[in-house]
Design a protein around this ligand. Structure first.
Ligand code: PMP
Ligand code: GLN
Length: 387
């Protein structure tokens, strides 16, 4: 029997990351599209994972996560964000940030609830909202005169919040633009949600990759917001290990309880030896995080420096390992078409920005991932400078 199924996600196709990575592989193009480093995790971390792999840590981990890892996350949260959290009541290990985001959305969004996202919005949010029966309300991040600095339009957020709003999803440091929040933004957000019933979901996977001496402003650092917030993060970005898929959710006890009800039936538990290995590494190398901004800032500057000889316009990213460029001096083709054409014809793959936007964000922007070794960035930039 081959009957056409009525789709629960009729507007969803294959994710742009899969589309562009497959095209890059097919065309043997340099893949600066999907965000993953071209280098390995620290050797000391791999050694600890290997140790646990050969020393009996190969059966189910606890549903909530290995205690040693949750304790290490609690330590770092207190150290970096100044919030004392309880590893048992507030932290759950997830299968990357993706599962964490999905479970958090399923845990709180009910049929007919509205969820606010800011465009450009990471592509996994809306399908998860739709599957929960929710309705996504898109608010574009506002753009400054140069078109590069993005910020929340507080008036528009205030106008969009209603008694139907169940959840607001934030993602700072922001993929794809690198925008970040300041402490004052959190106070403004607190003013707007104070008399509402809505929860906050904060996707902070790039929490440790913020440049130019600025610092990450976690929702965890804000006493009032914390009470209604689920923070999602991932070790994929921090340890150059996107393929390990270990992330976590930090939330107050009542939200964590609901989160775990979903998580226990989504994956139940996450890879045991990797959790133990990360816990050991966090405990023995607490300074690793501190070196990450300089590590990636050097790559950002290297890549942006190479593009100085090109016709792309850019403002160096303030965070993440992505650089947005404007190609309007080269042509005005639609970004999805252009990203695919340049992958085939020039041999460099990128991510078009319009796929993250409900309304057109701008037609002439592409995202390049600079989490690559210098030779790869040089080879890509040489091709881009010919355009
Ligand atoms: N959120 C954002 C903003 C991301 O960029 C990514 C992936 N890079 C994720 C979530 C998913 O993270 P993970 O690979 O840990 O599932
Ligand atoms: N988050 C990664 C990016 O933005 C991709 C993750 C994925 O492929 N699902 O490139």
């Amino acid at each position: 029997m081959s009957r056409k199924i009525e789709s629960k996600l009729p507007d969803v196709g294959t994710t742009i990351f899969t589309v562009m990575s497959q095209l890059a592989a097919k065309c043997k193009a340099i893949n600066l599209a999907q965000g993953f480093p071209s280098f390995d995790p620290p050797k000391a971390l791999c050694d600890r994972v290997q140790h646990h792999l050969y020393n009996g840590a190969n059966q189910y981990a606890p549903m909530t996560g290995v205690p040693a890892l949750r304790n290490a996350i609690a330590d770092k949260t207190e150290r970096l964000q100044g919030r004392a959290i309880d590893a048992d009541q507030h932290i759950t290990i997830s299968c990357g940030a993706t599962e964490g985001l999905f479970c958090a959305i399923q845990a709180v969004v009910r049929a007919g609830d509205e969820v606010i996202v800011f465009d450009p919005a990471y592509d996994s949010y809306e399908p998860a909202i739709t599957l929960a029966g929710g309705i996504t309300r898109h608010i574009p991040l506002s753009i400054d005169a140069n078109g590069f600095d993005l910020a929340i339009d507080w008036q528009q957020l205030s106008d969009t919040i209603s008694e139907k709003t169940r959840l607001i999803i934030l993602n700072f440091p922001h993929n794809p633009t690198g925008a970040i929040l300041q402490a004052a933004d959190l106070d403004t957000l607190a003013d707007l949600v104070r008399d509402t019933e809505c929860y906050l979901l904060s996707d902070e996977v790039y929490e440790h990759i913020v440049f130019d001496g600025e610092s990450h402003c976690s929702l965890l650092s804000h006493a009032e917001l914390w009470e209604r917030t689920m923070v999602i993060s991932s070790f994929g970005k921090t340890f150059h290990a996107t393929g390990w898929k270990v992330g976590y959710c930090i939330a107050p006890a009542s939200l964590t309880e609901e989160f775990r009800k979903v998580h226990q039936f989504a994956t139940f538990a996450i890879s045991t030896p990797i959790q133990h290995g990360i816990a050991d590494f966090l405990n023995s190398n607490p300074e690793f995080y501190a070196a990450l901004p300089a590590f990636y800032e050097k790559k950002r500057d290297f890549f942006c420096g190479l593009l100085e000889g090109s016709r792309f316009k850019l403002r160096p990213a303030r965070s993440t390992f992505f650089q947005i460029v404007d190609y309007s001096e080269i042509n005005h083709e639609a970004d999805v078409k252009l990203a695919k054409r340049w992958t085939r014809e020039i041999g460099v793959a990128s991510i078009p920005i319009s796929v993250f936007c409900k309304q057109a964000f701008t037609g002439t922007r592409l995202r390049f991932c600079f989490a690559k070794d210098e030779a790869t960035l040089e080879a890509a930039a040489a091709k881009l400078c010919e355009l």
